[in-house]
Ligand binder design. Structure first.
Ligand code: IDP
Ligand code: MG
Length: 150
């Protein structure tokens, strides 16, 4: 099973969409294995978005993510990384497919509501950046045999 790191960004929290966003991931069958609400320091934002350093949107991105609290979570499931990215939608909400979180709730790339890991390596790095090992809860959902064939 794979884990993915998800951040409900400040706009998602401020707009009261935490439950809606969480619900979409839960209803897909993904298992929530860690979750917390926190403020994001510019230092943490810089580490999380290090790959984007030097890009024109970098400064705005760091101030956006540190402007107001976020909800950070880890979800687990078969192909969780790909499944979450699909439910999240394309980076620019107006290019995202209808039915995705970004298309259904967003209009601008600089206010796209949610972050999700984009591959196994970044997921491992991001999970270690945002959570200590003791923050993960190991459990299984009783209905998982109705989500997974095997
Ligand atoms: P992703 O979140 O879909 O993985 P990335 O390309 O990794 O997209 O970019 C990280 C974040 O940076 C985006 O989610 C978005 O918030 C922001 N971003 C990316 N491109 C732009 C842009 O052109 N203008 C403003 N913000 C951007
Ligand atoms: Mg990305």
């Amino acid at each position: 099973m794979e884990k993915s790191l998800v951040i409900i960004k400040p706009d998602g929290v401020q707009r009261g969409l935490v439950g809606e966003i969480l619900g979409r991931l839960e209803r897909r069958g993904l298992r929530l294995v860690a979750m917390k609400m926190q403020s994001v320091s510019p230092e943490l934002a810089a580490r999380h978005y290090a790959v984007h350093q030097g890009k024109p949107f970098y400064d705005g991105l760091v101030s956006y993510i540190s402007s107001s609290p976020v909800v950070v979570l880890a979800v687990e499931g078969n192909k969780a990384i790909e499944a979450v990215r699909q439910t999240v939608g394309a980076t620019n909400p107006t290019a995202a497919a209808p039915g995705t979180i970004r298309a259904d709730f967003g209009l601008e790339i600089g206010r796209n509501l949610i972050h999700a890991s984009d591959g196994p390596e970044t997921a491992a790095q991001e999970l270690a950046l945002w959570f200590g090992p003791e923050e993960f809860v190991s459990w299984s959902r009783d209905g998982e045999r109705w989500v997974y064939e095997k």
